[in-house]
Write a protein that binds this ligand. Structure first.
Ligand SMILES: Cc1ncc(COP(=O)(O)O)c(C=O)c1O
Length: 356
């Protein structure tokens, strides 16, 4: 039986993506060859890469607006250093908002390249909220933020309006909600939450911000070189790109980001409603900053943990334990998780209340 998969990433993908990508491994496009045994320069794979890049821009509403999309390897963590390498001037500075473990990881790498100003941080409160009311220095080369904090379950609802390039790590909420994506100059996201399997990272960058920082950038770390090579500077991660394309096609057929956002809102309302109603549970993150992707919550009395754990496992739920730095539970409700799976969890929470 298929589990109700709440894994934080790699995570649930649409069933049709699993089926179609399995088929492509056996016989890609009826060619008598596996997707895994053909050249990345073959006509069939170039078409995959081209469509994936175009569809990513289309879904974000950025087609024809001076942006390029890349599917690179190395994970979102590689972008932590590619961003400053490509955007921070020699002797320049960058501004970062510290909202969690991943934001802190990006700050650590940026410091290798130059002055890195942390405009605000919620670290002292174990990242349970998104700082507000901070000032971004107007002379920074760019501002970096993390739209959704996968571990702590917080999500930015507002983004500062600044006159410098805005860079955003959207690894755990890309394609989940409508935003004016043209307000961002560089977006990156590891595929393994809302887009596909682990192994590729989507980078969407406004072409005009590149090539201006005066650094000599190694080829593999140079966004401009990857754009010039149409995301084929070297052998791309062919399977993750193909499965990402299938997921993007699934999203488009569903009605795009607007349609999935409604479903995501319904899932989040159902679960947070129960967390707030049920006297056995409490949310871990500040209410106004709660993430619609990763809901973090705790039992008020840890003594019920063994019973609750046994109950959700018996209900076919998987991947619910929270990250060790928060404890408790984390329900990751990415795009492919159906509303029915959230109902199963809510039913278990209500059954626990009745049982004790
Ligand atoms: C928001 C965010 N940024 C960055 C990362 C790191 O991604 P990767 O493991 O692809 O380097 C993660 C991983 O979960 C994440 O959630």
């Amino acid at each position: 039986m298929k589990k109700h998969n709440y894994s934080a990433g790699p995570c649930i993908l649409p069933q049709e993506v699993f089926e179609k990508s399995a088929q492509a491994i056996l016989n890609f496009n009826d060619s008598g060859l596996s997707l895994l045994e053909i050249s990345h320069r073959s006509k069939d794979f170039v078409a995959v890469m081209d469509e994936a890049r175009a569809l990513a821009l289309e879904l974000l509403g950025l087609e024809g607006k001076g942006y390029s999309a890349l599917f690179l390897a190395g994970g979102a963590s590689l972008e932590f250093l590619m961003v400053p390498y490509n955007l921070m001037k020699e002797g320049g500075k960058a501004a970062y908002l510290d909202t969690g473990t991943w934001a802190a990881g990006a700050i650590k790498e940026a410091k290798l390249f130059g002055e890195t100003v942390t405009v605000a941080s919620s670290k002292e409160q174990n990242y349970n909220h998104i700082p507000k009311g901070y000032t971004v220095p107007a002379d920074a080369d760019y501002f970096h933020c993390t739209s959704n904090n996968t571990i702590f379950g917080t999500q930015m609802k507002e983004f500062p309006s600044v006159d410098i390039p805005v860079v955003c790590d959207m690894s755990s909420d890309i394609f989940s909600r409508e935003l004016d994506f043209s307000k961002f100059d560089l977006i990156y996201a590891g595929a393994q939450k809302n887009m596909g399997p682990a192994g590729t990272t989507l980078i969407v960058v406004k072409d005009e911000i590149l090539g201006k920082n005066g650094r000599i950038i190694p080829s593999m770390l140079d966004y401009a070189k990857h754009i010039k090579a149409e995301s084929m500077y070297n052998t791309p991660p062919v399977f993750p790109v193909y499965a990402s394309l299938l997921t993007l096609q699934w999203l488009k057929n569903l009605g795009g980001i607007a349609a999935i956002e409604k479903i995501n809102n319904a899932k989040a309302a159902l679960l947070y409603g129960e967390i707030d109603r049920n006297p056995l549970f409490k949310g871990a993150a500040a209410v106004e900053d709660r993430s619609n992707m990763n809901a973090t919550f705790l039992l008020n009395d840890e003594a019920h943990a063994a019973t609750f754990d046994a109950m959700w496992k018996a209900a076919g739920i998987s991947g619910l334990p929270g990250h060790r730095s928060v404890g408790g539970y984390r329900a990751s409700m990415y795009n492919a998780l159906p509303l029915e799976s959230v109902q199963v969890l809510v039913d278990v929470m209500q059954a626990l209340e009745k049982a004790i």
